[in-house]
Write a protein that binds this ligand. Structure first.
Ligand SMILES: [Zn+2]
Ligand SMILES: [Zn+2]
Length: 89
């Protein structure tokens, strides 16, 4: 093993950043915060109004849709869930 060589192994993911909340931000994502902190509205806007956010504009529509779907499920804004089921039993 040559100690003079810079050991790049293990740090190839250096483009990825961490949000203040501790979640990882992908290297392809240029937002300052993670998609979770951006929230459901931001994810929705990026699809409704492409170009409203320069960072979102760099992502593919496919990944934007995936982010939106995840935000919707994370925030529990599923219409089926929010109406409340009739309590059975
Ligand atoms: Zn975050
Ligand atoms: Zn954005």
């Amino acid at each position: 093993m040559d100690a003079s060589l810079p050991h790049t192994r293990g740090v190839r993911d250096s483009k990825a950043r961490f949000c203040d909340c501790g979640l990882k931000i992908a290297g392809t994502d240029s937002h300052q915060v993670c998609s979770s902190c951006l929230g459901l509205e931001h994810a929705q806007e990026a699809i409704d109004d492409p170009g409203s956010c320069g960072h979102c504009a760099r992502l593919t529509i496919k990944s934007l849709r995936r982010r939106l779907a995840r935000q919707a499920s994370l925030s529990g804004q599923d219409p089926l869930m929010s109406t409340g089921w009739p309590a059975g039993n």
